[in-house]
Design a protein around this ligand. Structure first.
Ligand code: S3P
Length: 433
């Protein structure tokens, strides 16, 4: 697939529901007593993996509409061992959360995933769950993961890496503990979708800035949940609209949870003009409409403390840095090496291939901004949805366009991505930026 240079991005758009909330909602609904209804569900390969896991353990999941699922749960401790491996596909959140969810069940479960998910580090989840009494074994740190349900007890656990997936797995296991609270302490706060969902479900939690505790429950009531738009799916469009002169883009109904929307702060420092308006709350989450216009950018630095709030947007920060006056530096982001690909390497390779001056660091990257469009070239998505979308946005802001090898992996988080981009791009004088 080739993405041609564009003059600007114009129009109004909306994005599918937050991927991580869609996954969390389906997995928790699978353990509720009765039928839950989830609207604004973000359809994507990764959220289909959550549905597949829910079905594998005995929940009845009905596709009630393009953005609606109904889940008839099995009851808190009634997950049914399917007698065959449960496939989590490419979805790290699904595999990690399922570990917490299955640890307190009865019977034996095995979690498998695709090549990328298999290779990712999973001891980070198994270790704290073992401290709670879980019987869980990884395959030399990787998948398959084997879990035999057991009695669990509460722990207080300090996360060695900032990871909402690990935090969430522990908190979900805490629902099954013989007492409470099960507490997770984190130095740099990560996204709190699980905590917010627990609150809307009436689960007792206690939060401070750096910790969250959860008390066990007897049962989970079925629930209704509306899910707002996914910030990480809006982010590539925000980046394109900031870069392409003359752009005027409105994005409606985006989740602007402060622990997710760190890119807005970074862009603010870089001089971008993004209006955040119509602020409201949907499903316990902050939501707003965004209006984005193109602006010349100045370089910035993103350091460790800020990383969890924009971890999935760091590839786009590198691209934005390529157009900013000065040198943009991302450090303290070694977690990028544990994502769907080693994103320090894949981002560096992708952007270098299109003519960006980028250098990999052990824990991030450094990008020298140039006040002109990069040439363009060929980007290998390497099966990583964020790299495919990065390549496409780089294509719109390039002189000659970007050919993407393996573009279809964008569907892991955003199946309609290329069609939406094609609807919004305006052709014209592509030399100007
Ligand atoms: C996610 C958390 C992040 C993020 C991933 C989704 C979640 O991973 O990169 O795409 O839904 O909790 P870590 O928490 O492991 O950093």
């Amino acid at each position: 697939m080739k993405v041609e240079p564009a003059a600007s991005l114009k129009g109004a758009m909306a994005v599918p529901g937050v991927k991580g909330i869609s996954q969390r909602a389906v997995l928790l609904a699978a353990l509720a007593d009765g039928e839950s209804r989830v609207t604004g569900f973000g359809r994507a390969a990764d959220t289909e993996s959550a549905i597949a896991v829910a079905r594998a353990i005995g929940a009845d999941v009905v596709d009630a509409g393009p953005e609606e699922v109904r889940v008839h749960g099995v009851g808190l401790r009634n997950a049914r061992p399917p007698g065959e491996p449960i496939d989590c596909g490419n979805a790290g959140t699904v595999m990690r959360l399922a570990c917490g969810l299955l640890a307190g069940q009865h019977g034996a479960f095995e979690l498998v995933g695709d090549e990328s998910l298999t290779a990712r580090p999973h001891e980070r989840v198994a270790e704290p769950l073992r401290l709670m009494g879980a019987r869980i074994e990884t395959t030399e740190g990787h998948a398959p993961i084997r879990i035999t349900g057991s009695a669990l007890h509460p722990v207080t656990y300090e996360l060695p890496v900032a990871s909402a997936q690990v935090k969430s797995a522990i908190l979900i296991a805490g629902l099954f503990a013989d007492d409470g609270p099960t507490t997770v302490v984190e130095l740099y706060p990560s996204r709190d979708h699980t905590e917010r969902l627990f609150e809307s479900l009436g689960i007792r939690i206690a939060r401070t800035h750096h910790s969250v505790g959860v008390w066990p429950v007897e049962r989970l009531d079925p629930f209704e949940l509306e899910i707002p738009g996914e910030f990480s799916s809006a982010a590539p469009f925000i980046a394109a609209a900031v870069l392409l002169s003359g752009s005027e883009l409105v994005i409606q109904g985006v989740n602007v949870n402060p622990l997710r929307a760190g890119l807005l702060d970074v862009l603010g420092r870089m001089g971008a003009r993004i209006a955040v308006f119509n602020r409201r709350t949907v499903g316990g989450e902050a939501v707003a409409d965004l209006e984005v216009r193109a602006t010349p950018l100045v370089a910035t630095s993103v350091e460790r403390e800020e990383i969890p709030r924009l971890v999935d947007e760091l590839p786009l920060v590198a691209l934005l840095g390529a157009f900013a006056h000065g040198t943009t530096r991302v450090t303290g982001a070694e977690e990028l090496r544990a994502k769907e690909t080693d994103r320090i390497e894949t981002v560096t390779q992708a952007l270098r291939a299109v003519g960006v001056h980028i250098r990999a660091l052990p824990d991030g990257f450094e990008v020298r901004g140039v006040p002109a469009r990069p040439r363009g070239g060929t980007v290998d998505a390497a099966g990583d949805h964020r790299i495919a979308m990065l390549g496409a946005i780089a294509g719109t802001a390039s002189r000659e366009g970007v050919r993407i090898i393996g573009p279809e992996c964008a569907a892991i988080s955003f199946p309609g991505f290329y069609d939406l981009l094609a609807d919004l791009v305006q052709t014209g004088d592509i030399e100007a930026l």
